[in-house]
Structures are given as C-alpha cells and as structure tokens.
Design a protein around this ligand. Structure first.
Ligand SMILES: Cc1ncc(COP(=O)(O)O)c(C=O)c1O
Length: 418
C-alpha cells in the first residue's frame, strides 16, 4: 500500500464538508512552497520583538502568587473579571458602550466566529462576505455548511450599492435573504481597505431592512497609525444587529489566544452556550493583570510606530522595485497590502518562482469565494479577475527584509513575464 493510498483509507469517515475539500489545494490559504530562505510576506504575524515578554512574565507571576487556586480552576477568579472590565473600558474608548452581559471573552476572534457559526448557521444557510475576504474566516464559515456569497469591495470597503442590489435581487426572486454578513471593516484582510462612515451607516440600514446580522471582525481596528477612524459599526448601531469581534492577537500576542464578542445580550447568551469547552481562564487571568497594570495602551503606542515604519518601508520598496503596470493599496493601518501585478501575471502560478527568488506571499485568488477568484475587486485594479493580485504582509519581518522581499517579488514578476 503506497503512502497516498494509506492516507485515503479514512476518507469515507470524514464529514461531507471535510471530504469535499480533501483535494482542494487552495483550501484555507493552501500551501506555500517550502522556502526556508525566502522572506515570508505570507502571513499576518506580528513581528517577534513586538511581544511584551517582560509584562507578561510579571503578569503570570502575579496571578500565580495572588490567586493560583482560582486561576488554575475552571472558571478562573478575580483577574478574569478584571480582564472583562479592561475590555469593556477599552471598548468604551472605541465608542462601544457595552455591559457585562453583552460581552463574551473567547479563545480568539476565530473561536468567536466558530461559535457564531454554530449558533446561527444550518447547512446551506447563506452568509455574505466581502470579495475578497480573509481566507481562514471563510473556512470557518464553510465548516458550518454556509453558502458563501461575495459582495464587491473597493478601497472604501464593502460596496453598499452592490450589497443592496444583491439583496433586492434575492428578494425579487423569492430567495432567502442571508442570515449573516461577515465584514472586516477596518484595514481589511486581505486588502487593507477601511469602510467609510457613510457606508457603515448604509450597511446597518440594509441589515435592518432585510433582517440580517452584521458580524464585524475588528481584528485591526486599533492598529491605525495615520488619520481618523470612523466609529465601529457597533457604535453606530442601535438595533442590536452588530456582533462585534475583537482580539488581542495583533495588539498583545496571538499565542495568548484571547478575543471577545460584544453583541446584544440575547445573542451573547446563545453564543456562549455554543462556545464549546469553555475558554482559557488562565490566560485571561494573565491578561486581566496585564490590563490592570496599565500595559495595554503604552504597548499599543509602540506597536503603531513599529507597523508604520514597516508599512512605509514596504511602500517605498514597491515604488522602487515593481515594474510598470503594478499597483497596490496604501492602508493607514493594519498588516496588509493588496498588490496587483502587470497584465499577464498569474500570481498563483508564479508563487514557486517567487519562492526561488526569495519571497513568499498569498495569491489573491485564494481570498475569493466566487468562481475560484475569477471575478470581483475590479476597483482594486486587478481587471476583475483576481489572478494577478496577491496579499503581502508588512507586519512580520524587519524593514530590511521587507526591502529584500519586495525586490525578490519584482525579480520574479519580471522573470515570469519573460
Ligand atoms: C480579520 C481577522 N480576523 C481574525 C483573525 C485571527 O484572530 P485570532 O488570532 O484572534 O483568532 C485574523 C488574523 O489573521 C484576521 O486577519
């Protein structure tokens, strides 16, 4: 029996959703070619020096010294409550006023989305997503059997006209209106786009009119290093239709696996029931101490500087290296740029060549749900095909490596076009 035969012998036991994607190389971001020497512009990882190691060490010691028996028990103790208070106070600064009953702390934003999927979705239920959108969130929704439909997006975020048209069409054809809209309103993954205030208001009006919920994943909302942020969707909403997701993965560290949901208490109650296995109260206690000791804001300030420097270095390198016919978004925050290469490039096909030249990225097609990425995002400059676009992240490596990575991307593009 060959290795691959052996791997296949369990196939019939997998759930349909799993079976359907066994041969889908692009699923959930797909594989990048192994390229240990290439500059990884692939993932939205924070740069390692950003981690507040000393403050976390102090927090671990303090919570163990002060309430080890509670910290290590199911449910946690006082410091878990301090984290809840810290998050609520912080949300209030963002313009989101919520009570304790409207907050659920989770093991990250992805865990939150999974619990939301379990709470609202039956197999076949429709969910609207931005086109393109964050590939791992799409996978989580897909895990719950959701039918995903893309809504166009441009540099001002989700296009409410396209959304309205889609909803009108659905209604006129007697088709079910989606239950959920999943949006990443600020510094969107993968494009870096931010939804304007007017568009936020239109989206909320449409949610009210067509009776759906808006899942607003604000993973990057606090990472603005230039200009003014529009208010979070939850701050503009008075109908209880916004389910807001937050995470400390980008502002403290992804390894602590902590995020939260702010939503109407009737929704929080049911989502809480579906967040199986409970949450990590040890980490929450540590973070409770971290917030309590006042580390959050000053650390965030430092991060903004670090990310702005990296964004500037990347744009500067793109301007100097990429061939004519290339374009890119210039976000004022977050982790990502969306690059469109000259006509004739297929970013998926070019990836092994780019890895050889010394850079990896995520091909744009992987972020689309419709036609394998062969449509949408025309306004972002990719001719509405997605194929010559890609996402690069400026969050993870040093400015010097960003320079090298972009130079390698330019070399690969030129070699590919020849
Ligand atoms: C839009 C978005 N949501 C959620 C996440 C993941 O958040 P967490 O680490 O809290 O699960 C990411 C990380 O890349 C992201 O880009």
């Amino acid at each position: 029996m060959s290795e691959s035969d052996r791997e296949r012998r369990f196939d019939h036991l997998f759930a349909t959703t799993v079976r359907e994607r066994l041969d889908d190389a692009g699923y959930a971001g797909g594989a990048s070619p192994p390229a240990p020497d290439a500059v990884p512009l692939t993932y939205g990882f924070p740069y390692p020096e950003s981690f507040p190691v000393a403050a976390l060490r102090d927090a671990v010691e303090t919570v163990l010294d002060e309430e080890a028996a509670d910290v290590l028990q199911y449910g946690g103790g006082e410091y878990v409550e301090r984290l809840n208070d810290g998050i609520l106070a912080h949300e209030a600064v963002n313009g989101v006023d919520a009570t304790r009953d409207e907050l659920l702390v989770t093991n990250g934003a992805t865990h939150a989305l999974d619990a939301i999927g379990a709470t609202f979705l039956d197999p076949g239920d429709e969910v609207l997503v931005e086109s393109p959108s964050f590939v791992w969130s799409l996978a989580v929704l897909d895990n719950h059997g959701a039918e995903l439909t893309g809504v166009d997006l441009d540099e001002n975020g989700l296009d409410p006209d396209a959304l309205e048209e889609l909803l009108e069409r659905r209604e006129a054809a007697g088709q079910p209106v989606p239950k959920l809209l999943y949006t990443i309103p600020s510094f969107q993954n993968p494009t870096g786009a931010t939804l304007t205030r007017e568009r936020r208001e239109r989206v909320l009006e449409l949610a009210q009119q067509y009776d759906f919920l808006v899942v607003a994943d604000d993973a990057y909302g606090e990472l603005r290093f230039e200009g003014e942020s529009p208010p979070p969707l939850a701050a503009l909403d008075d109908s209880g239709r916004v389910i807001r997701l937050g995470t400390v993965s980008k502002t403290i560290a992804p390894g602590v696996r902590t995020g939260w949901i702010v939503a109407h208490e009737a929704l929080i109650e049911q989502i809480g029931h579906m967040a199986a296995g409970g949450t990590n109260t040890f980490t929450q206690s540590v973070l409770g101490r971290y917030f309590d000791a006042g580390h959050y804001e000053p650390t965030l300030e430092g991060l903004l500087e670090g990310y702005e420097t990296r964004r500037d270095a990347m744009i500067d390198a793109l301007e100097r290296h990429l061939p004519p016919g290339s374009s890119w978004t210039e976000p004022k925050g977050g982790f990502f740029l969306w690059v469109t290469l000259p006509e004739g490039v297929d970013a998926e096909e070019m990836l092994p060549l780019a890895a050889e030249e010394g850079v990896t990225y995520l091909p744009g097609e992987r972020f689309y749900v419709d036609d394998g990425g062969r449509q949408g995002a025309a306004d972002l400059g990719d001719d509405g095909v997605g194929t010559r676009s890609l996402r690069i992240s400026f969050s993870h490596v040093s400015p010097e490596e960003l320079e090298e990575g972009v130079a390698a991307l330019a070399r690969a593009t030129e070699a590919y076009l020849e």
